[in-house]
Design a protein around this ligand. Structure first.
Ligand code: HEM
Length: 406
């Protein structure tokens, strides 16, 4: 066991976090420096005090899979964190481990690789419909509002059985939830209340008129199997709706930008569509999801990570983006290598909270790149990458618009 004083000496001063205000795809150079010199570093978070920040691939992987570093212990507490609103205990991530495992089992069947493979023709159809409409209206067009956002929104709405026309309700909540500084805690709480009211009303309606969708299946599991409570039903539905579109939308727009900013990359995919699955993985590695870090964990007992003792009660955050650029794991980590041979990225996390929707997100990203490169070989940016606007004050990185032409 490492002496905590030695750890503190190695850690040095507490750095203010996040390091810079990068909202585009660039990573602050502090991450590379910390990986080399202080991979378990003390940082002052924007809310709730000081936390340990992990930046190396091995440490992030180990910490994510360690049940003693608990999201549940962080839920509903004023823990050091990146967001104004603490993770709450009703979300899947904040659940006690037993409820988390039971509920995950219940919904994970809808997201297996096999179920997603069966959905793929429909995902392809939705993608082509969106590209058709964009082409019919003529360029230049905004790829965010024409494809990146509506594609995952349509897919998750269809899976759950939520009408796409209701998207203003869950978009408003998603924006509030994903806010780092754009909204106050009260505004976020109010948006959460409105969202919960909407979901309650919608579930009541579906209960009266069941369909062949995931909400109806969960209602049946609740009413006939007694396998989840009403609150859990609402929480699962609400979480999947939010988690199922915003992340993929930002990732898709980011991936398209990286490919079009250096058109040789895009042309390579046009010439060799077989490279698309590997490209999607490489871009998942390269395009950061979070502006800073995701949800905090709290140590339920003393845990040693990277030679530093995290004391029981202390908070830990980690940078997936930094882990995915770890030079000890990836050759030329800051380069985009479309056919990278070994790519053990952890863009979907690791361990018990590994992204439930990873197979779905992968299918959507692949379908989108297939449709774009197949249908629009001449696609190019209509505005230089340096002049693009990015959302500010949010937890995730996202383009406001991605103007393209073809
Ligand atoms: C490219 C798109 C996506 C990325 C990069 C992504 C990333 C992640 C990451 C990193 C986590 C783990 C967070 C942590 O451990 O701190 C996670 C969890 C989760 N994701 Fe995704 N996600 C994506 C798309 C989706 C989609 C399409 C869904 C659809 C339902 C989804 C649903 C979830 C859920 C429910 C969890 C919580 C799992 C749990 O706590 O057991 N995600 N995601």
């Amino acid at each position: 066991m490492t002496c905590p004083h030695a750890a503190a000496a190695a850690v040095g001063t507490v750095r203010a976090y996040p390091f810079g205000d990068h909202v585009d795809l660039r990573l602050d150079p502090d991450y590379a420096e910390l990986r080399a010199t202080s991979p378990v570093a003390r940082v002052r978070m924007p809310y709730g005090g000081d936390a340990w920040l992990l930046t190396r691939h091995a440490d992030v992987k180990k910490a994510s899979a360690d049940p003693r570093l608990s999201m549940h212990a962080a839920a509903d507490h004023d823990v050091p964190r990146a967001a104004p609103r603490a993770l709450d205990s009703v979300g899947l991530m904040g659940m006690p481990p037993e409820s988390h495992a039971r509920l995950r089992r219940l919904v994970s069947r809808a997201f297996t690789a096999r179920r997603v493979a069966a959905l793929r023709p429909r995902i392809t159809e939705i993608t082509h419909d969106l590209v058709d409409a964009m082409v019919a209206d003529g360029g230049p067009a905004d790829l965010v509002s024409r494809l990146a956002l509506p594609l995952p929104t349509a897919v998750i709405c269809e899976m759950l059985g939520i009408p796409r026309t209701d998207q203003h309700v869950f978009r408003a909540f998603t924006e509030a939830l994903m806010s780092a500084s754009r909204f106050t805690e009260e505004q976020v709480a109010q948006a959460a209340e409105e969202y919960a009211d909407y979901l309650r009303g919608y579930v009541a309606q579906r209960r009266a008129h069941p369909e062949d969708d995931l909400i109806s299946a969960l209602i049946e599991a609740r009413d006939e199997g007694g396998r989840l409570s009403e609150d859990e039903l609402l929480m699962l539905t609400g979480g999947m709706l939010v988690g199922g579109h915003e992340t993929t939308a930002n990732q898709l727009a980011g991936q398209a930008l990286v490919l079009l900013d250096d058109r040789a990359r895009y042309e390579r995919l046009v010439a060799d569509p077989g490279l698309i699955p590997a490209t999607v993985e490489e871009l998942l590695r390269y395009v950061p999801l979070w502006a800073s870090v995701g949800p905090s964990r709290v140590a339920t007992e003393d845990v040693e990570i990277g030679g530093v003792t995290i004391r029981a009660g202390e908070a830990v955050v980690y940078s997936l983006a930094s882990a995915n650029r770890d030079e000890t794991v990836f050759d030329a980590p800051d380069d985009v290598v479309l056919d990278r041979a070994a790519n053990p990225h952890i863009a979907f996390g690791q361990g018990p909270h590994f992204c439930l929707g990873a197979p779905l997100a992968r299918a959507e990203l692949q379908c989108a790149l297939e449709a774009l490169t197949g249908r629009l070989p001449g696609l190019r940016l209509a505005r230089p990458a340096a002049e693009l606007d990015w959302h500010r004050g949010m937890l995730v990185r996202g383009l406001v618009e991605l103007p393209v032409t073809w």
